[in-house]
Design a protein around this ligand. Sequence first.
Ligand code: SF4
Length: 399
Amino acid sequence: MMLSLRELYKIGRGPSSSHTMGPERAAKDFLSRTEGAARYRVVLQGSLARTGKGHLTDRAVLGVLPEEKTQVVFDYDTRELLHPNTLVMTAYDESGREMLSVTYLSVGGGTIREAGSAPVAAENVYPFANFSELRAYCEKEKIELADVVFRFEDKSFRDYLAEVWESMKATIARGLAQEGVLPGNLRVERKAATLQSAYLDAPTDHTRLVCSYAYATAEENASGGVVVTAPTCGASGVLPATMLYLQRRDGLSDEQIWRALATGGIVGNVVKTNASVSGAEAGCQAEIGTATAMAAAAVCSLAAHSLEITEYAAEIALEHQLGLTCDPVGGYVQIPCIERNAVAAMRAIDSADLASVLSGTRKISFDLVVRTMYETGRDLNERYRETSEGGLASGYKVC
Ligand code: SF4
C-alpha cells in the first residue's frame, strides 16, 4: 500500500522537511490535543538535536506552540531512538501535572508518525507495494504511470498538482530575483542569478539554465522560503529545475508537466514506502538520490518514453548515488546541498537520455536499487546521516 502523493508533494517553508515541516506538523497535532495546557516541554533528539539549530527546528516548533509557555530542549545524549528524528512533546496543567506526552517521529519529507502508530493524517490510496506491482498493473491495463496516479487519487488531485507546479515556478522566480548572502554564519552567496546571466551570455549552454533553476529553489529553501518537498526540502530543486527547463525549451503544456509530476511522484512514493527519503535515516542518497530518480522518470514522461525506459532511467539515477552521504556544513542546508541539487538535475536529464539509448539491456530493477539504497543507508556510519559530525561538516572550518 502507498500513501497519496499529497503526502509526498507538500508546499511549505524550508529549509528541511524533516527538521522544520515535520516538527511543525507534530506541534500542530499536539496543540490540538492539549487544550488548556499551562506549559509545554519539547525534547529534540538525534539529528533534530544535532542539526536542529542550523535547520531552525526550535523556531518551527515555537511558531506553533505558545513561545512563552514552551521549553525546547536539545538532547544530544540519547542514542537508542526509534528514529533518528525523534521529538517528545509533553504538556502540563496548572498544577504541574502531566496531561499528555507524545513521541513523534519525523520520518522524512515532512511526514510525521506517532511512535507505535500509523502516519498521522495519511491515507493509503494505492494498492501497490513496489515498482514491480505498479509495472504489472500498467502492463495489464495498458496505461502509463501517470494514468495510475489519476485513477487512484481523488478527483481534485489534478488541481492539487496544478497548485504544486505553480508553487514550484513561483519559488524559482523568487530565487532568480534574489542576490546577496544566505542566512547563517557560512556567508554563502546566492548564485542563481549569476548562473542565469551566464546562460544569457552564452544561450547555447543549457546546463547553466537548468542549474540556475535548481540553485534558485535550493537557495530559497536555505533561506526559509516556500518550496515543494520533492521528496524533501533539501532536495526540492531537482525536479522543478528539470521540468521548467524542458517546458520552456520544448514549449510543453502545463498538462504535460502535471503528468510528469505524477510520474515522478509515484517513483518517489515507491522509495518512501520501501526505503526512506530521510537524510537522517539513510544519507543524502535517500534525498537527492530519490529526487534524481523522480526527475529522471518525469523527464521520460515528457519525452513519451516507454515504461521500460522510465524504470531504467529512475534506476540509473538512483544507482549511481548509492552511498551518498549527508554532511551539511554547520547544520545548514547549504553546503553541499544547494550545488548538489544542480548536479542532480543535470544527472536526471542524462539518466533519461542514457536509458533511452540502452533500453532493453537493463539488469537491475528499480525495486532492487531501492532496497540496496536502504541497506546502504542503514549501514552508513551515523556521522554521515545528517548529524553534521562527519564529512564536509567536520572538515570545513568556518572562518
Ligand atoms: S546533504 Fe543531502 S540529505 Fe543532507 S541536508 Fe543536504 S540535501 Fe539534505
